[in-house]
Every structure is written in structure tokens, then in C-alpha cells.
Design a protein around this ligand. Structure first.
Ligand code: ADP
Ligand code: MG
Length: 411
């Protein structure tokens, strides 16, 4: 498969060479432009430190937010560059542009071990179009490309994939860790292997359900998407989220699970309310008795027990999508209890998905989880078994002798 046997930064000789490293510094900012969560910057530190320690001339490139009309101060990389400098305890220069005269002059003047951050790569609309001329201009500033932005690895953009057409391309430590942990879980899991899926909609996660049914021993479904399955089984789901155009598909997935001997666990009971509101009156009902005027917003106590028991037996667990509306405290209990079961299970635990990762952090279980993926969409596509363009573009480890003049073997 084209995602394996990729060269990593450990395979490359960097001293004195200009390296353009794609990182994911797409951090959340408050209205005054302060970073509210620097996890993504922290995640890239091992790669950046390694490049600096190995005397590379480091050029960092990232996007931040969704600028639509060229450069805009509120989407500047400045806060990210400043936070990085603090975390590293060394200076990080910021270019005034991406491929303009300032970036080029500063890149050319870099000394070994110095760091330059380019401005927001999405100030150019060519980035998301993976425009070859733009990728070539970016590439012209460096001799090597390191991709460590797992969060955008499912996008074929100029700075995530296009650069590899012009430069030798290897992955950084963050991407390597994501691939190693999730790749092993999918290819060679310790069993029982349990997947927990939740979130709002079935339609978002059809391919991941299909792909996981080929691999897991138990598939647990909670969250809004459970109601499409319950409806397909003939239950009344009241005002719960339900995709009527997916009932047939839901039945096909249930049949596929049965044919493959995969245990398919759905909620036995639910915490329901009449309105989608933080302070709505909440009560638990069995899945067979959801009133017409109510919607399911969390899993109930019997379901928590059922799901937790499966998690307790598991040796590998992948979790994507919260089983309830955890943003409302009244409906966060299911998510909290599932996170707790996972934290106490002793299983290899992998959390993918932006909201699930946020929930696990908010609820205080992050340090008990084996791996929290830094890429929401990217981890989902990885679990679906898709090739990620930001990874498949990277240079393969040569099977025979090599004369690339870049790798440590050739130096
Ligand atoms: P992730 O980002 O982890 O992949 P999703 O984006 O698929 O997760 O889903 C997260 C959202 O699903 C959350 O905002 C949560 O409130 C919502 N959700 C969970 N359960 C329900 C439910 N029963 N009804 C409506 N929304 C739900
Ligand atoms: Mg989400």
C-alpha cells in the first residue's frame, strides 16, 4: 500500500540544508487573537527540535483559519510563531509574505539551526488548488520537504502534497506516530478490537463503518447516528436526529455485521428531552419507548453499562464521535463515562475526530488515552482505509541501493 515504507526525517541528512516543513499550526484564537489551545504547535515540536539540532535551515509553513481574500491581519501566523518561539526558547522569524520578496530574502539568509515561519499559506488561493506554479515557487526556497501536518494530510494542497513534486519529501515525527499507532491498530490489532462511533450523522461516517466492519470484533454506535439504526430496526425515535434516506443502508450495515459475526451494539436506553437546549428537562427512557415529542441527546445508564463492559474486555479501542451532546452538561454523562471506561481499560486506546478529542481533553481523560489523533478529518479518512495525499506523495524507502544524495545512507 502506498502509505507504508515512507522515508522519515530520521532517514535524512540535514546539516546546512534548507528544509521547508509543513506543520499544522491552525490553532484556535479568541477574539483578541490569543491562542486558546496550543496542542497543535506542541505536537510539531519534536520534528522542529530535531531539524534545529541537526543544523537544518528551517522554513515552516502552515495555514490558519479560512482566509478567503488574500492577506488579512486576523489570519496572520504571528501568534503561532510567537508561541513557538516561547515553547522552543529560541527565536522564530516571521516572513511578511509566503512566496514574496521578504520570505525569499529571509529564507536565503537563514543560518544553520535558524527558524523562519512563512505567512499563512492560504493567503494564496493557489494553495488549496494545488497549483503547480505556486508549489514550485514555494519549493524554490528549499532543498527538502518535510510534511508533519497530519491534520491536513487528507488534502492535496500545494504545501501538503504539491511540494513533493519538486523536492525530496519525508514525514516528520508526528505523522510517523499517527501512522504507526493507527496503522498497527487497523492492520494487526490486539483483540478483542472494539470501535465506538458516535457524533451527529450516519452519512458522515458510512465509509468508516463499512471499513471497520471488516476489522473489528465489536462495533458500538452511539450519538445522533444511533437513531437511524434504531428507526431501521422498527423503533419509534420521536424527534431524534434520524436520516430517513439512510434506513435501507442502516439495515444493510446491520446485516453485514451479522454475516461477519461482528457484535453490533446500539443504545438500550437514552437520555431524552423535548428541546435541543442546555437546560432542557432530561429523563432516561428505553430505546423502545422514546416519546413522539422527545429527542435522544445522550446514551442512558443501561447503555453506559453495556458499552463499558465491551470496552473493559477490549485490547484495542478506536473511538470516533461522542455518544451524546457533550457540549451540554446535562447530556455529557455518556461521553464522560465512555471516556472513563476507556481510560481505565488497559486497552490500546485511540481517539480520532475533532469533537471526540476535544471532549476527552475537556473531561480530563487525555493523559490516560494511548493516542489522541491530531487530525479530525484525516484520521477519519485513514480509518476508512483511504490514501492520504499528504502521505502517499512522500518518498518511498528504496528497496535496493540508493543514490539520492539526500538520505543518511548516501551521505
Ligand atoms: P468528531 O468530530 O469526533 O468526528 P462529529 O463531528 O461526528 O464527531 O460529531 C460531534 C457532534 O455530534 C457533537 O457536536 C455532538 O453534540 C453531536 N451529537 C452527539 N450525540 C448527538 C445526539 N444524540 N443528537 C444530536 N447531536 C449529537
Ligand atoms: Mg466534528
Amino acid at each position: 500500500m502506498s502509505m507504508k515504507n515512507k522515508m522519515t526525517i530520521s532517514d535524512i541528512y540535514f546539516a546546512g540544508r534548507r528544509v521547508i516543513a509543513r506543520v499544522d499550526f491552525n490553532v484556535p484564537l479568541d477574539k483578541d487573537g490569543n491562542i486558546t489551545d496550543d496542542n497543535r504547535i506542541v505536537g510539531a515540536l519534536p520534528t522542529i527540535r530535531y531539524l534545529v539540532e541537526n543544523d537544518a535551515k528551517v522554513i515552516l509553513v502552515s495555514h490558519l483559519g479560512r482566509p478567503k481574500n488574500g492577506p488579512e491581519a486576523k489570519f496572520s501566523m504571528k501568534p503561532a510563531a510567537e508561541r513557538l518561539a516561547q515553547l522552543l526558547g529560541r527565536p522564530v522569524m516571521l516572513a511578511a509574505d509566503v512566496i514574496g520578496p521578504d520570505a525569499k530574502a529571509k529564507a536565503a539568509a537563514l543560518k544553520n539551526g535558524e527558524i523562519l515561519m512563512l505567512e499563512n499559506v492560504r493567503f494564496h488561493k493557489e494553495e488549496e488548488k494545488n497549483d503547480p506554479a505556486f508549489a514550485k515557487e514555494l519549493a524554490s526556497m528549499a532543498e527538502l520537504f518535510v510534511n508533519d501536518a497530519f491534520g491536513t494530510a487528507h488534502r492535496a494542497h500545494a504545501s501538503t502534497a504539491g511540494l513533493a513534486d519538486y523536492l525530496p519529501a519525508v514525514c516528520g515525527f508526528l505523522i510517523k506516530k499517527e501512522l504507526d499507532i493507527m496503522g498497527k491498530a487497523l492492520d494487526n490489532p490486539e483483540r478483542p478490537f472494539v470501535a465506538i462511533l458516535g457524533g451527529a450523522k450516519v452519512s458522515d461516517k458510512i465509509s468508516v463503518i463499512e471499513s471497520l466492519l471488516d476489522k473489528v470484533d465489536t462495533l458500538i454506535i452511539g450519538g445522533g447516528m444511533a437513531y437511524t439504526f434504531l428507526k431501521a430496526q422498527g423503533h419509534n425515535v420521536g424527534k431524534s436526529l434520524c436520516e430517513l434516506d439512510r434506513l435501507e443502508l442502516a439495515n444493510e450495515l446491520l446485516a453485514k455485521a451479522a454475516a461477519k459475526n461482528v457484535k453490533f451494539l446500539l443504545p438500550l436506553d437514552n437520555v431524552v428531552a423535548k428541546e435541543f437546549k442546555a437546560d432542557a428537562e432530561a429523563f432516561a427512557v428505553d430505546s423502545t419507548e422514546i416519546p413522539d415529542d422527545c429527542m435522544g441527546l445522550d446514551i442512558g445508564p443501561k447503555t453506559i453499562e453495556l458499552f463499558s463492559a465491551a470496552i473493559k474486555e477490549a485490547k484495542t479501542v478506536i473511538w470516533n464521535g461522542p455518544p451524546g451532546v457533550f457540549e451540554f452538561e446535562k447530556f455529557a454523562n455518556g461521553t464522560r463515562k465512555i471516556a472513563e471506561a476507556l481510560a481505565n481499560s488497559g486497552a490500546i486506546s485511540i481517539v480520532g475526530g475533532g469533537d471526540s478529542a476535544a471532549a476527552v481533553e475537556q473531561l480530563g481523560f487525555a493523559d490516560k488515552i494511548t493516542h489522541i489523533s491530531t487530525g479530525g478529518g484525516a484520521s477519519l479518512e485513514f480509518l476508512e482505509g483511504k490514501d492520504l495525499p499528504g502521505i502517499s506523495c512522500l518518498t518511498e524507502i528504496p528497496s535496493g541501493s540508493c543514490d539520492c544524495s539526500s538520505c543518511s545512507g548516501c551521505h
